[in-house]
Design a protein around this ligand. Structure first.
Ligand code: FDA
Length: 303
């Protein structure tokens, strides 16, 4: 209920404009967003590199309002990629296709993303294609498949809450496409997504095992201790080498668990979001854990 309410708020443009430009915004978002500028984000990536944590850089933004905005987002990403490489940090990039024009044209979106992926491949890295709401799943996977065939430098993201996920994972494994498995962060009808957390978690564990058995360098993206414990048990049971997969978490969430995995010798990549368009991303983090509102309220009162 609360989750749906926050996800509803995340779609309100007037509220978004007001909150994103509020003088309190930096204070509000500091926990989940690495900063407003590329330099802020690169400083975080450098600190993470010191802690042996990899990064995937996300320049916040989604559902752009025109193809011109999509082209501008592409150019910003190309610039970020050059700077990430120049700083010798060696992370990947994470993008949302609606930031690259998917609402207007699949072909134009593909052309925009293609430029970034080709440059990423030249620079020896990859582009991770975030998964948005189920309206976009088919088109997103179509673009991922096309770019994988052409470049081999993309990673798909699959959401365990979707009922279709088993089939998608089987097809991605058959095609040798790397997958990041997450639970899913959007408001979906029960016809397409499991409603009960227990069903989502059970599907996560089932699909995670498929990926660990058959997947191409899968990313296990979760902060759920039960999921991570299940992953570690399966990895030990099957003697899966730690260089065949990685864990992923979001910047600002479960630092304790992050440190534990790294100290035990597992690969960890943090999703590092930055930029001015933080509102929808931030509201999804509140929706995942409504108790975050209390944390937020405390921070605002300290002002
Ligand atoms: P769960 O929600 O059960 O949380 C487990 C525990 O983690 C909680 O008890 C709490 O301790 C901690 N936690 C989780 N969320 C928190 C929060 N917001 N604040 C504070 N603590 C929190 N989704 C999507 O739809 N498309 C995508 O492309 C991606 N990409 C992505 C990349 C990476 C690297 C990660 C880690 C996650 C995503 N997600 C995503 C988000 C994902 O779908 C999911 O919404 C969140 O990861 C929360 O789910 P958990 O697996 O952490 O479990």
């Amino acid at each position: 209920m609360l989750r749906s309410f926050f996800l509803f708020l995340s779609q309100q443009p007037v509220l978004r404009r007001w909150v994103e430009t509020s003088p309190l915004s930096r204070k509000i978002t500091a926990r989940f967003v690495a900063g407003r500028t590329l330099n802020d984000a690169l400083a975080v990536c450098l600190r993470l590199a010191d802690e042996k944590i990899h990064a995937t850089l996300d320049r916040l933004g989604e559902n752009v309002k025109s193809l011109d905005e999509a082209a501008a987002a592409r150019d910003e990403y190309l610039n970020s990629l050059e700077h990430l490489t120049a700083a010798n940090i060696g992370g990947s990039m994470s993008i949302k296709l609606t930031q690259f024009g998917l609402d207007f044209s699949t072909a134009e979106c593909l052309a925009n993303v293609r430029q970034l992926v080709l440059r990423a491949r030249e620079l020896n890295t990859i582009v991770e294609i975030d998964m948005e709401s189920s309206d976009y799943t088919d088109r997103t996977l179509e673009i991922v498949r096309a770019l994988h065939l052409e470049t081999g430098a993309v990673r798909a993201v699959i959401q365990a809450y979707l009922r279709r996920t088993g089939g998608d994972i089987a097809r991605l494994c058959d095609a040798g496409i790397p997958v990041r498995l997450c639970k899913g962060a959007y408001d979906e009808p029960s016809s397409v997504a499991f409603e009960a957390k227990s069903d989502v978690d059970a599907n996560y564990v089932t699909q995670m095992k498929v990926l660990l058995d058959r997947g191409m360098y899968p990313a296990i993206a979760s902060h759920d201790e039960k999921i991570i414990t299940a992953a570690l048990a399966y990895i030990r049971e099957r003697s899966i080498s730690p260089d065949r997969f990685e864990f992923q978490m979001l910047f600002g969430i479960r630092r304790d668990l992050q440190n534990k995995l790294v100290s035990e010798g597992y690969r960890l990549r943090l999703y590092v979001p930055y930029g001015e368009a933080w509102y929808p991303y931030f509201m999804r983090r509140l929706a995942e854990r409504p108790a975050n509102v209390l944390f937020l309220a405390r921070n605002m009162l300290r002002f």
